[in-house]
Design a protein around this ligand. Structure first.
Ligand SMILES: [Zn+2]
Length: 450
């Protein structure tokens, strides 16, 4: 029962009506899209991806049935199929770059391609972009082995399947902001496709507000235990921002914002929104950019100044990851489709979809959010300007204790300022724009207003 009610969040109208409460309910359109996420569709995508034998980045690009070339053409065809019924709003292509041997994990010149589908936003003034990614390439025990079979069902056909399923469902709907669905390549070779895309985005000044990277998200058990865990998923986020750390360090130290970087805020947003829409799954925020000493494609975006998080299953099974398919001492090794829990993958895909939809439907973030420090006092005064795009019905001012991981209260106001009877010494605050259907923008942490 508690879990069913988890999407209900209490907020207080401090201004107009001190004791009235409002309940955040699901946006019916997003709820409908979440219901469309299909375990059967996800299974069919993964089955198709495995049929290419190997998707190693250095595998054949000329064989129509085998290798990374055939696999990325297949993803492009899926996107183009959805594009046909999108009224021209979804467009897809393969963004390519030529790689040279790097004396590390690339030993031959080759063309690397990211398959990108862009669902153009309906508001021509809204330049926000939200990205969902997975990596199409995979590996055997040796990352240099481009010949032998490598199913890569979980790493990372599961993530690419989530990307394709979100594109299928979301391309039929309209969103104010633009959504990019991408299946990158070269992840196992050193995050090459993700860096290619993230550097281009930085150079061309794309306004990417969030990247949801999905990598290894469909298996429900570890190799050490037989415990099934399909009601929890991890979302990794960096704390101290890697991008321009030196420049921002003073304010982070002075205001105690080491736990409020934009990737961490995105992780909180995904937890709140995802759990509002998807039953029987908990988002477990991990306060770390990635798993211990390991990496993923979101890092390329984080390193280029964007908010990016990684979705990964609760327990990884290392018998099935980066392993040649074989039986050894009675143990089945290999990343086989039989180890995917499609109901778990459905829920994890739905978490992505609900977060993306809520972001892309929302007005943009409030501007110039300030915390008033003109005089000392035990209340907190915040003020801001309206967002650049969208028509907010109001704003949520969020609050949490300094030791709390999650926002604990959301105060709604239609005004551009608020005074709260809580001391800025003892709490963190942030402000979100709220659209007509209740969709929230990402939160903005206030800067100092004198
Ligand atoms: Zn992976």
């Amino acid at each position: 029962m508690l879990r069913r009610l988890s999407f209900i969040f209490i907020a207080v109208f401090v201004y107009a009506c001190p004791f009235a409460q409002t309940i955040i309910v699901r946006d019916a359109e997003i709820e409908e899209m979440v219901k469309e996420v299909s375990a059967d569709s996800l299974k069919s995508y993964i089955t198709s991806m495995i049929s290419f034998g190997t998707r190693n980045t250095m595998s054949t690009q000329t064989n129509p049935k085998r290798g990374i070339g055939a696999a990325r053409n297949w993803v492009l065809n899926k996107f183009n199929h959805f594009a046909a019924t999108s009224n021209g709003r979804l467009t897809a292509f393969i963004d390519t770059t030529t790689l040279q041997p790097d004396k590390r994990r690339i030993d031959t010149a080759l063309v690397l391609g990211n398959v990108i589908a862009t669902l153009k936003g309906t508001d021509p003034n809204d330049n926000r972009i939200f990205v969902i990614s997975g990596h199409l390439d995979n590996m055997r025990t040796s990352v240099m082995d481009r010949v032998g079979d490598a199913p890569g069902a979980n790493d990372d056909a599961s993530g690419v399947a989530a990307v394709i399923e979100c594109a299928r469902i979301m391309s039929k709907k309209k969103f104010a902001a633009t959504i990019i669905f991408v299946a990158v390549s070269g992840e196992e070779q050193g995050l090459l496709g993700a860096y290619f895309m993230a550097k281009k985005a930085r150079t061309e000044n794309w306004n990417i507000e969030a990247v949801l990277n999905n990598d290894i998200m469909g298996s429900n058990n570890s190799n050490e235990t037989n415990i099934i865990e399909n009601t929890k998923v991890r979302v990794f986020s960096e704390g101290l921002p890697a991008f321009e750390t030196e420049k921002n360090a003073k304010a982070i130290r002075q205001l105690g914002l080491e736990n409020d970087g934009k990737s961490r805020q995105l992780a909180r947003y995904v937890k709140e929104t995802g759990e509002r829409y998807v039953d029987n799954i908990d988002v477990v925020m991990i306060y770390r950019n990635d798993r211990f000493l390991r990496g993923g494609d979101h890092t390329a975006f984080v390193d280029n100044g964007y908010a990016a998080v990684r979705f990964t299953e609760m327990n990884e099974n290392y018998y099935h990851q980066h392993q040649d398919v074989r039986i050894e001492n009675g143990i089945q090794y290999g990343d086989l489709i039989e180890f995917i829990d499609f109901e778990y993958l459905r829920k994890n895909t739905a978490l992505n979809l609900s977060s993306l939809a809520n972001l892309a439907k929302a007005p943009s973030m409030p501007q110039e959010v300030k915390i008033d420090v003109k005089r000392l006092g035990n209340s907190t005064s915040l003020y801001w300007k309206a967002p650049n795009t969208g028509k907010p019905k109001g704003y949520y001012v969020m609050m949490r204790e300094t030791t709390n991981a999650f926002w604990q209260k959301k105060f709604f106001t239609t005004d551009l300022k608020i005074v709260l009877p809580f001391s800025k010494d003892n709490y963190f605050f942030a402000v979100q724009s709220v659209g007509a259907d209740g969709n929230e923008s990402l939160p903005v942490v206030p800067s100092v207003g004198r």
